[in-house]
Design a protein around this ligand. Structure first.
Ligand code: PEP
Ligand code: MG
Length: 887
């Protein structure tokens, strides 16, 4: 297999082998566009180099052959003294990694050929300028001399000239600079600049290969989720010179506005400049409109080529070009990066222009981009003071006064103040505060910590695990490590999209797209584009999309956002606030009578909860999960209560009730609450509890039927591991159903199913399906149990090391671990349907709103995904894209 390819040998679909730049240079060459000739050393060669020691066998010979061909085509020899051929050596990986890897221009110049270049071009200044650029780039890139040495020397030359413009340096000045640069190289690198052109080229190729593994390149890949093992291609190309004089220059351009997506060409041009000058800000660039005035012929050529490229690629392209003495050359093109709003606009414009079909338009936008359009945002131009960066747990921009407990949050919010609830971590008791707050900030916990899950569910902005913050709720303040203290009432701004925490108020702007999803009539072309994309995705998708919602308001919003039911109504939140005392009574009750008394008081409250939710989702299925959380969450804190009782005893006797309570709390205290008295275990331990909830659901359904509604409740049992557990509670539920039917004279339609969130349940899904009428995969717990990762602790504790080592490139709590946890989902589904072919199967863990995971769930044949109301449009779009990706 060859390792080197001439530009005319490749095409745009060979990015794996030729890298993005090489593939597109080949494509442009074959389109007959003015591309300086050259060749590409494949990524395969790079991988070989990085794997072993030294250049792959045969590479040098292949390069010689292609170089000879290039020399022949150009009628010049590399670095020849009289009339040198000069080349550029540029990196180009499969995925663009802007500025991450290396480039060396003007290879082939040395002390002799610089004179030849001057004579041939009749332009001494240009020749010296090219040589000093080579020394600078080669020195920094290949010989690892700090770039600041060169820029300091260049600045010094300008200062001596009394100017701050590099164009004021004449040939003599630049010859001086060349001498100084060579001295810098000798001193800093401990070797002279190599005069042999072929050696220059060889070293530059190695340097490009090596640049794959620089720290910044690794970091970039991790952020962009680019695989580590791709390697980069190297493009060797005959130089054209934008630094020839004022009739030359270099520029970058987009065929549409990459920020807004609007039609019209956008770009920058810089006269008498080479390479990175345009983007490096050495001088002020001019717009393409000014370029038209400077060089109308080249401008016209550029426009014609841009139009041609757009038609050919059927997408927005970005371009690098050079003008050499009035002739336009194309140095690069690729499908351009764009903002989310540009992505939607461009896709729809291109449909209207007849360039692409709607299927393709939907493929070209992503759920992540849609999500970006839905968040309120901070104005990026505003001035801001960064305090800390935590995890971007729930996107959005929130501004408010810092408060440190739920009561204050509620109290202040009720008097009309915006607050940010700041906690070390949150627990279910903070829910009221979280509802009242504009945003939530914690110093502990990961993306599936309580704060994060609940905040996302509510569409509330949340930054969690900001570990630089020392939160002292008692003192009502937090200190920033090595920095200032923020006290209760001080205004802060949190960005849930980036995880940043700012001091003071940063201005926020509203999302039109959300107002559109809410049903408001919004006259805006971006909103129209989103609407058309969504309609097409809905038409294409197979997966249904439900919402995780536990309040009537959330249910109603989810429905407006297009949810086709509720996939998870968590009921534990319904037992907090004033009702908590009843649950406490239930747990500590010493006889059946007082247990019943507590349950009797809870029943009408629960019935009301369910009536309202069933009403909001009338005619659509509502999966209600019976109470799940660790028991201790309803009891007073063990340590606090112990201290209280101990102190009281010192002062002559504690309250009898407190003493009794403490005994219960001690007895129920768990080392690992997540593995303790949760879910079905709680239902079995306190039998009346699940029965009360089932009764509330069925009576609420009966009420809805009487009111002319169409309730479709699905009763879901959490944390089941064995079919017997399910049968025990199901038996009670069916008993309750009969009683309700007898009392009310109607039998509401309902089903009883289970969550599959323990590995054992997935493994025994065929048996469990004998009793369960539906499955819903709880991939939060399934991930926790499969990996043995405590979901509240591990992300902040050690995941960053795991990322560094490439153990995973994204948290398995965020995007489904398809091999492991996904394997269980696949197996569980298959086994379940083996027993019960019409088994309805869904997923309600956080992964239900994650694009990659949604595609997986679609592929393995689940019936629906369920996610937070704000993710519903994202899930609809991705479910559509999943089908279209296979079409
Ligand atoms: C789950 O475990 O995936 C789930 C949805 O339940 P919870 O997050 O409430 O444990
Ligand atoms: Mg769970």
């Amino acid at each position: 297999m060859a390792l080197v390819f001439d530009f005319h040998q490749g095409n745009k679909d060979q990015k794996d082998l030729l890298g993005g730049k090489g593939a597109n240079l080949a494509e442009m060459t074959n389109l007959g566009l003015p591309v300086p000739p050259g060749f590409t050393i494949s990524t395969e060669a790079c991988r070989g180099y990085l794997a072993g020691d030294g250049m792959p066998e045969g590479l040098a010979e292949e390069v010689d052959v292609h170089l000879a061909r290039l020399e022949e085509a150009m009628g010049r020899r590399l670095g020849a003294a009289e009339d040198p051929l000069l080349v550029s050596v540029r990196s180009g990986a499969k995925f663009s990694m802007p500025g991450m890897m290396e480039t060396v221009l003007n290879i082939g110049l040395n002390d002799e050929s610089v004179a030849g270049l001057a004579r041939q071009s009749g332009n001494e200044r240009f020749a010296q300028d090219s040589y000093r650029r080579l020394l600078q780039m080669f020195g920094a890139t290949v010989l690892h001399v700090g770039g600041e040495h060169f820029s300091a020397a260049l600045d010094e030359a300008k200062r001596a000239k009394g100017s701050d413009d590099d164009l004021d340096l004449d040939a003599d000045d630049l010859r001086q600079v060349v001498t100084v640069f060579q001295e810098i190289i000798e001193k800093q690198a401990g070797r002279p600049f190599p005069q042999d052109p072929r050696e220059q080229m060889e070293l530059a190729i190695r340097a490009v290969f090596d640049s794959w593994n620089t720290d910044r390149a690794r970091l970039y890949r991790r952020q962009e989720r680019i695989p580590e093992d791709l390697g980069t291609a190297v493009n060797v190309q005959a130089m054209v010179f934008g630094n020839f004089g004022m009739d030359s220059g270099s520029g970058v351009a987009f065929t549409r506005d990459p920020a807004s997506g609007n039609q019209g060409v956008y770009g920058d041009y810089l006269q008498n400049a080479q390479g990175e000058d345009v983007v490096a800000g050495i001088r002020n660039t001019v717009s393409l409109a000014d370029f038209e005035d400077i060089d109308p012929t080249s401008y016209a050529d550029l426009l014609a080529i841009m139009a041609r490229l757009e038609r050919h690629y059927r997408d927005m392209c970005d371009i690098e070009f050079t003008v050499e003495r009035g002739k336009l050359w194309m140095l690069q093109t690729r499908v351009g990066k764009r903002t989310p709003e540009a992505a939607f606009r461009i896709a729809i414009h291109m449909v209207d222009e007849g360039l692409i079909e709607m299927d393709e338009a939907v493929r070209r936008v992503t759920g992540d981009q849609l999500a970006q359009l839905m968040f309120p945002r901070f104005d990026e131009r505003a001035e801001r003071t960064l305090l800390a960066t935590g995890m971007n747990a729930s996107p959005g921009a929130a501004v408010g006064k810092a408060v440190f407990d739920s009561d204050t949050a509620v109290e202040w919010a009720e008097r009309g103040e915006d607050v940010i609830l700041v906690r070390k971590e949150t627990n279910p008791d903070d829910l009221r505060g979280m509802v009242a707050a504009r945003g939530i900030l914690t110093s502990r916990g990961g993306k599936t910590s309580h704060a994060a899950v609940v905040a996302r569910g509510m569409g509330r902005t949340c930054v969690c695990g900001a570990e630089a913050l020392d939160v002292d709720a008692g003192a009502r303040e937090f200190r920033v490590r090595d920095g200032e203290t923020v006290r209760e009432g001080d205004v802060i701004s949190i960005d849930g999209t980036t995880g940043e925490v700012f001091a003071g108020e940063v201005p926020v702007s509203d999302a039109l797209v959300v107002r559109h999803f809410e049903g408001e009539k919004v006259d805006d072309d971006l909103v129209d584009a989103v609407g058309r994309v969504m309609a097409h995705a809905d038409g294409a998708r197979r997966l249904r999309v439900r919402a995780n919602a536990d309040t009537p308001d959330d249910a109603a919003r989810a429905r407006r956002f297009g949810a086709q039911g509720i996939g998870l109504c968590r009921t534990e939140h319904m037992f907090l606030g004033e009702r908590r005392a009843l649950v406490e009574q239930l747990i500590v009750a010493e006889d059946e009578e007082s247990q019943h008394a507590a349950l009797d008081e809870l029943l009408p409250l629960q019935r009301q909860d369910f009536t309202e939710i069933l009403e909001a989702m009338d005619g659509l299925p509502v999966t209600i999960r019976l109470i799940d959380p660790p028991l201790h969450e309803f009891l007073p804190d063990y340590t606090e209560l112990s201290v209280k009782v101990a102190l009281a005893e010192q002062d002559g006797g504690a309250d009898q009730r407190d003493i009794r309570l403490l005994e219960h709390v001690r007895r129920l205290h768990e080392q690992n609450p997540m593995l303790g008295m949760r879910g079905v275990r709680l239902g079995i331990q306190i039998p009346g509890l699940f029965a009360m909830q089932a009764r509330a659901i069925l009576e609420a359904s009966a009420d809805r039927l009487e009111a002319g509604g169409r309730p479709l409740p699905e009763i879901m049992i959490p944390l089941v591991a064995s079919v017997r557990e399910l049968d025990v509670v199901k038996h009670d539920i069916l008993g309750v159903a009969e009683e309700v039917e007898e009392q009310r004279g109607v039998r509401p339609e309902f089903t009883v199913g289970t969550m599959i969130e323990l590995p054992r349940a997935a493994f025994l899904a065929d048996r469990i399906a004998g009793s369960a009428e539906f499955f819903s995969f709880g991939t939060n717990d399934l991930t926790q149990m499969a990996w043995g990762f405590s979901r509240d602790d591990v992300e902040a504790a050690f995941f960053s090391r795991y990322f560094d080592h490439g153990i995973f490139d994204v948290s398995p709590f965020e995007s489904l671990d398809q091999l492991g946890v996904g394997g269980m989902v696949e197996m569980g589904t298959e086994k379940g349907r083996h027993t019960r072919p019409d088994l309805k199967v869904g997923i309600c863990g956080e992964h239900g709103g994650d694009p990659r995971s949604i595609h997986f769930f679609d592929r393995v044949g689940l019936d629906y995904v369920s996610c937070s109301p704000f993710r519903v449009p994202v899930a609809r779009l991705e479910a559509g894209r999943s089908v279209l990706a296979r079409r």
